[in-house]
Design a protein around this ligand. Sequence first.
Ligand code: HAM
Length: 440
Amino acid sequence: MRKKVFGIKGMNDVLPESSKLWSESERRIKDIFSSYGYEEIRTPIVESTDLFKRSIGEVTDIVEKEMYSFTDNLNGDLLTLRPENTASVTRSVIEHNLTYSGPKKLWYYGQMFRHERPQRGRYRQFNQFGIEAFGFEGPEIEAEQLFLINRLWASLGFKKHSFPKLELNCLGSKGERLLFREALINYFSKYSGDLDEDSKKRLKNNPLRILDSKNPSLRGLISESPKITSFLGRASKNHIDNLCEMLDELNLPFKTNHNLVRGLDYYNLTVFEWKHEILGAQSTVCGGGRYDNLSELVGGKPTPAFGFAVGMERLIDLIQEENALSVQSDLDLYIVHMGEQAKRKALIFAENIREIGLKIKVELTDATIKTQMKRAGLSGASFVAIFGDSELELGCVTIRSLNLDFNQNRLSQKSVPLESVADFLLDSLNNTEKNICEKI
Ligand code: HAM
């Protein structure tokens, strides 16, 4: 046998056992996005490397060490697999002048690529759902997006007590951040001997990121460090206060975290993350903020903007950990057969009754009836139909329910004339649905 080919480390398959949960979650997320007036945008997976360098920032982990970049053999262009999508969406909005007739609310879904060390919740190819709103200056768009995310948790089946927790910070304006940066450099320089290698490097080029350090031995130093709040002017303070008031008005709980700086350089004013401790080290399931200066950085006119992205792998992990949403098979009927003739009849029969919208799987192997019945049981179908040569001579098939009713009894099996099978199934499926609705 030839040597097996394996998938790439940190790039995962979504197998059928969980793809149903992915699809159902995706459907619910898209519904919520459109219910707030967001429209879908799709951008290419590859963009010019320059786009990400300019937007995410040259001295960030992503640009310094995590991008999958390569040279296009044909023309020597430097290209990169997108590590995130805010930069690409901003590029597209500028290129197609999408804010020409007013503000624009956009959503996207797709794969992102970062060359990180793989661990739970941290992959090299991962999926993000995100929204980006362009042309909105005030905190109202921020409150609306946070309400949207809160609604998302509920629509994905999370109970209130198991919602991820919202943390907020205000990074002020560019000028305010410069002063804060100076203060941080002065403060941490006094303790440079206590800093780890990573933080020493950050001290020189991106001191705000020291606040984000996960190193427990720096916790004390960081907690005593200058706080951004001391550098915020009236406008920034009003902005964040207004946002907090709106969140309070709708009872959306949040915590202020002055060390929340995010790993991308394009943010100003409000930044936020939703975290869930059950996810372990990679606990942030959703992150975002305001990025009013990004449009200009990539060659557009000044355009206020606010958005976020949810990591799908972490979200699915969380849904499973919390048993928030379980998705049943949507197969109505599994047909097993006893004999060559019966198999062919089953195939033709199924093809005809799929016309009325039933979802049917026909057993096309010659496995023993016992194995076929076992597969039917595992398929999640509501009913199994047994096609036997002798029974078919009489024009009948046996139908058995694979679901338990509310008294935990299996519905008994029944011989049904072939021409009545479709009606029988539709009636039974409707009744089951009715029962479920009444029960709910
Ligand atoms: P981000 O915080 O880098 O922000 O990523 C957002 C979410 O994507 C994270 O909270 C996490 O759930 C997921 N994520 C990030 N990296 C990985 C990874 N290596 N493996 C698995 N999941 C991951 C952004 O990407 C910004 N573009 C968000 C944004 C939109 N800000 C404004 N608009």
